[in-house]
Design a protein around this ligand. Structure first.
Ligand code: HEM
Length: 481
């Protein structure tokens, strides 16, 4: 019989290769075929550094440095999750068309808590398709074209109330009010009054805590947001109930507004009707996704038009031509918008140079492969529109503001202009945003001139672009003959 020390020695020698193999494969497997780059400190990784760059408006440079160091695919850790950053048209195509059941939209859990778990961004596959067709019922051009005049009424009323008698004003907060009012009037049939004001107040309160540290204790910003979200839900729930009754009694048409459209969904499409939770969550996501983005776009257009008098003159010339052909009081139409070709090119160039949505995340539901690397299940993928928009292979002299590059849109390579995303999750509010932007610019340039009067005309990302002090301007109303 072997004595104990010899037995132990034999055992250790026998176990060494097994232990070594285990250690090596444990360390090797996760990094096998993973993209280059470092994950940094677990959970935190590079989040603070990227957020810092956003706040100093140097996020493009931050990402460019990564690309120079690691190439167009690299791994890092952002907001608690191992992440792969990918960029360029091929990457965009992969991300936008690979949705199916492999990639899902990725919202931080705290945001889902505020916006609801049944909103379209949380859905994948068939569920996502169903919800997109429900939302698209109202947001399609055939329906929206009937509402150009209604949007114009909101714009005119807003300018009358908040702009006409002002010398100096801050553009950004006013634009937020305007786009909120347009959305509530068009999508929810909510006219001016106490209910709309209460909703705006609660929405602002909810949005303030959306990017706050998600600690739900009394008096934290996040807790205030949660309470505001509950109040919004209870107000919207009453609106939905009233509209259901009006629909049943035949007082409303299914395409009266977004809510009646969502309530009617399923009857003719042969799909399952939407639950009340689904209606509420999607009404909320549409307001959140739709009002900040458009207000930022119009604010930055005003900034650009103030900085470039020639651009302003050209836009004005086109808009005056349209105004000239109208009798006083005649409303704008879909056909008028189709004539605003140059103005639309300016809008597209604005979206290319300062896209309101810097980028976003996808959650990997099933391991995927991209560019020869594997991206494991549970990781996230980060894409950034800015980097593609400033690629000189795609847009020559990318720093130059040049609307003529959108003269012939078919010349722009696919997946290069991605301000509205792409594929199955492409922004469903594109036409809506187009109408409200063109109508607003029409009334702004034909009624006013303005100049920037802030100390600093640059901006930060918060995470959306936000000009210093809300973009103060000196307004000069024109004499209307
Ligand atoms: C200038 C204005 C706008 C810009 C730049 C913009 C941009 C975007 C982008 C980039 C996405 C895709 C995000 C991703 O793939 O992760 C998106 C999605 C979305 N947008 Fe917009 N948007 C704008 C206006 C609107 C408006 C006016 C509405 C509603 C009326 C709206 C509703 C939505 C919704 C519901 C989604 C989620 C779609 C889905 O997940 O299937 N957006 N938007």
């Amino acid at each position: 019989m072997m004595n104990i020390p010899i037995l132990l020695t034999v055992l250790i020698f026998a176990l060494i290769p097994i232990i070594l193999t285990l250690i090596l494969t444990r360390h090797k497997k996760p990094s096998q075929n993973l993209p280059p780059g470092s994950l940094g400190i677990p959970y935190i990784g590079q989040s603070l550094s990227l957020l810092g760059a956003m706040r100093t408006n140097t996020a493009e440079e931050w990402l460019q440095k990564r690309i120079e160091k690691y190439g167009p695919i690299s791994k890092l850790t952002l907001f608690g999750c191992p992440t792969v950053f990918i960029t360029g048209p091929v990457a965009n195509k992969f991300l936008f068309t690979n949705g199916g059941n492999k990639l899902a939209s990725q919202q931080p859990k705290s945001i889902t808590r505020l916006l609801g778990a049944r909103n379209v961004m949380e859905m994948v596959g068939e569920e996502h398709k169903r919800m997109r067709s429900a939302i698209g019922m109202f947001l399609r051009p055939e329906v929206l074209k009937r509402y150009v005049g209604k949007m114009e009424d909101e714009v005119k009323r807003h300018l009358e109330m908040h702009w006409s008698d002002q010398g100096q004003l801050k553009v950004m907060p006013l634009m937020k009010t305007l786009t909120f009012d347009i959305i509530s009037s068009l999508l929810f049939g909510l006219e001016r009054g106490r209910l709309r004001e209460a909703l705006v107040k609660n929405f602002n309160e909810m949005m303030e805590g959306m990017w706050a540290v998600p600690v739900n204790l009394p008096f934290t910003r996040f807790n205030k947001s949660i309470r505001a979200s509950r109040r919004i839900r209870s107000m919207l729930s009453k609106i939905v109930r009233d509209k259901r009754v009006a629909l049943d009694e035949g007082r409303f048409h299914p395409t009266e507004d977004l809510i009646t459209s969502l309530l009617s969904f399923g009857h003719e499409e042969g799909a399952r009707s939407l639950t009340e939770e689904e209606i509420l969550d999607n009404v909320i996501i549409v307001i959140v996704a739709g009002h900040d983005t458009s207000s930022i776009l119009i604010t930055f257009l005003m900034r650009q038009l103030a900085k470039d008098p020639k651009l302003y003159e050209e836009v004005l010339r086109e808009q005056e031509e349209i105004a000239k052909n109208k009798v006083p009081g005649e409303k704008m139409t879909w056909e008028d918008l189709a004539k605003m070709k140059y103005t639309w090119q300016v809008v597209m160039e604005m979206l290319r140079t300062v896209p309101p949505v810097f980028g976003s995340f996808r959650r990997v539901l099933k391991e995927v492969e991209y560019g020869g690397y594997r991206i494991p299940e549970g990781w996230q993928i980060f894409w950034a529109s800015n980097i593609t928009h400033y690629d000189e292979q795609l847009f020559s002299k990318p720093r130059k503001f040049d609307p003529t590059r959108f003269e012939n849109q078919s010349e722009i390579p696919p997946y290069s202009f991605v301000a509205f995303g792409g594929g199955a999750r492409i922004c469903p509010g594109f036409e809506f945003a187009k109408i409200e932007t063109l109508v607003t610019i029409h009334h702004l340039v034909t009624r006013f001139k303005w100049r920037l009067c802030g100390k600093d005309d640059s901006f930060i990302r918060d995470p959306m672009p936000s000009p210093f002090e809300g973009l103060p301007i000196q307004l000069e109303p024109k004499i209307v003959e």
